[in-house]
Design a binder for this molecule. Structure first.
Ligand code: ARG
Length: 491
């Protein structure tokens, strides 16, 4: 072989070695090694296509495929030695293949560049992670539906501005989060659909003069589509950006739920008790039981938002096509998925282990004039314009504050002195159960409506789970991850 640096895949035109400090910066193996099995899956699919296109003969193909399978075995067993000298995951796998089968390994990269290779690996990895995360989000929805079912009729104060506002039920409150997580799951699936597009065949940027069959590779990897343009194929990181955006919104929801759990577990609210299994104590104060896990769920959101921001800034303004800046995509993406998966992995169990305290919810409901709007609505039903009714009931609240009593302690004469339209049954509206039962619009907190929303959500969850099971990682990737025999070539 001619050329300078024989240890580098690109060493041919170089006469000087790499500066000692460059390797540490240039190499991505410390983090892109998580793509190793996806890298091998892409190579197996590529080699199968090279065989059918006459670019590999049967012997060469057999050596390459079984060599790649053996490397996957080493990786699964944790025996594979990734080296910084081989720079990235692609060169580590190819280098190990060359160690094992000799110069035939050099034929694997026919018609391929690391630029389209890494774009493919990342898409395969995203598809797998989005699927796994989706399953965890589905389990979270299920845990919320279980809580909502048990507490569909348990009244609690609903809040705006963190001030007691109107009665809802604990089940209704849980269903608000179920709605958020159903959207999250839908978003993850949308992102996954656009991720499953094959960029291989884009080459370094301008495709290849060789007769590659891109559709065949896509079929092997069960990707329904191929990228439209070779420049875009190697330089687009939308799938990563979109995934990070979906993860960020998911973490917004998780942080809000976590914050409510922290608040509700405080002695000030004492609406719930969080199982000891998800709390820790203080090394100094013996009485403490701290809600660390909800606090971490709240705190970890920031990391995921940071990952989205980091990748947006990395991609902004980059000229076409591939630029090495894009190697910086992996750490935020990998960290964000690891973070979101830890959070969503723990959330169903945490939710399953909270104890709701209906007596505390009820006590909070008794105080704070939560039924004032119901009294105003009563006046509206008597024909009083709402603005006027609002004003009158405001005066009634003022009267109570003066007397240090609750609305239900006023008598009908006191109410009528504020407005003659108060009916004989005016005071009977001041009952939380009655108020809830009457908030009977679709999406409302009436217990029947909460049960209806649970049914709707269960049906939606079932549909999303079907989608989740359908277009996940290919049989080839699954076999390489599991160490089972590879499926036969497609077609
Ligand atoms: N490790 C590289 C990355 O993640 C792979 C692509 C390298 N391509 C190149 N022309 N140097 O982006």
């Amino acid at each position: 072989m001619a050329g300078g640096d024989q240890t580098k895949a690109w060493g041919g035109r170089f006469s000087e070695g790499t500066h000692a400090s460059v390797e540490a910066m240039n190499a991505s193996i410390a983090f892109d090694r998580v793509l190793a099995i996806e890298d091998i899956a892409g190579s197996v699919a590529h080699a199968r296509m090279l065989l059918t296109q006459g670019l590999l003969d049967a012997d060469e193909h057999r050596m390459i495929e079984s060599g790649l399978e053996a490397i996957a075995t080493e990786i699964r067993a944790g025996r594979f030695e990734f080296t910084v000298a081989r720079e990235d995951v692609h060169m580590n796998v190819e280098g190990a293949l060359a160690d094992a089968i000799g110069p035939t390994a050099g034929r694997l990269h026919t018609g391929r560049s690391r630029n389209d290779q890494v774009a493919l690996d990342l898409r395969l990895w995203l598809r797998r992670e989005l699927t796994a995360l989706g399953e965890e989000v589905a389990a979270t929805v299920e845990a919320l539906l279980a809580l909502a079912t048990t507490h569909a009729e348990v009244p609690m104060p609903g809040y705006t501005h963190l001030q007691r506002a109107q009665p809802v039920t604990f089940g209704h409150h849980m269903m608000a989060y179920a709605a958020m997580y159903l959207r999250d799951l839908d978003r993850l699936l949308d992102a996954r659909r656009r991720t499953a597009v094959l960029p291989l065949g884009s080459g370094a940027l301008a495709a290849s003069p060789l007769p590659l069959d891109r559709h065949r590779v896509a079929a092997e990897l069960e990707m329904p589509d191929i990228t439209l343009n070779s420049l875009d194929g190697v330089s687009d990181r939308d799938a990563a950006l979109e995934s990070l955006a979906a993860l960020s919104i998911l973490m917004v929801h998780t942080s809000r739920l976590a914050e409510e759990l922290v608040l509700w577990a405080s002695q000030e609210f004492a609406f719930i008790e969080i199982s000891d299994a998800f709390c820790t104590g203080s090394s100094l104060m013996p009485q403490k039981k701290n809600p660390d896990i909800p606090e971490l769920l709240r705190g970890k959101a920031g990391r995921v938002f940071g990952a989205l921001q980091a990748l947006l800034v990395t991609m902004k303004g980059l000229p076409l096509a591939y630029n090495k800046d894009m190697q910086e995509d992996k750490e935020p993406v990998i960290d964000a998925f690891a973070t979101a998966r830890v959070c969503m992995g723990i959330l169903p169990a945490l939710l399953g282990a909270i104890r709701v305290r209906p007596e505390r919810l009820m006590a909070a409901l008794a105080d704070g004039f939560l039924l004032a709007t119901d009294l105003a609505d009563h006046l509206v039903e008597q024909g009083v314009p709402f603005r006027e009714a609002h004003h009158v009931v405001g005066a009634a609240v003022g009267l109570c504050l003066e007397r240090g009593c609750r609305l239900e302690d006023l008598d009908i004469e006191a109410l009528r002195s504020l407005h003659t339209a108060f009916g004989d049954d005016a005071l009977s509206v001041l009952d939380p159960a009655r108020s809830l039962a009457r908030r009977d619009l679709p999406g409302g907190p009436a217990p029947g409506r909460v049960r209806e929303s649970i049914e709707r959500a269960s049906a939606a969850l079932e549909g999303l789970r079907e989608r989740l099971a359908e277009a996940g990682p290919s049989a080839l990737e699954r076999a390489l991850h599991a160490g089972t025999p590879l499926p036969p070539p497609k077609g």
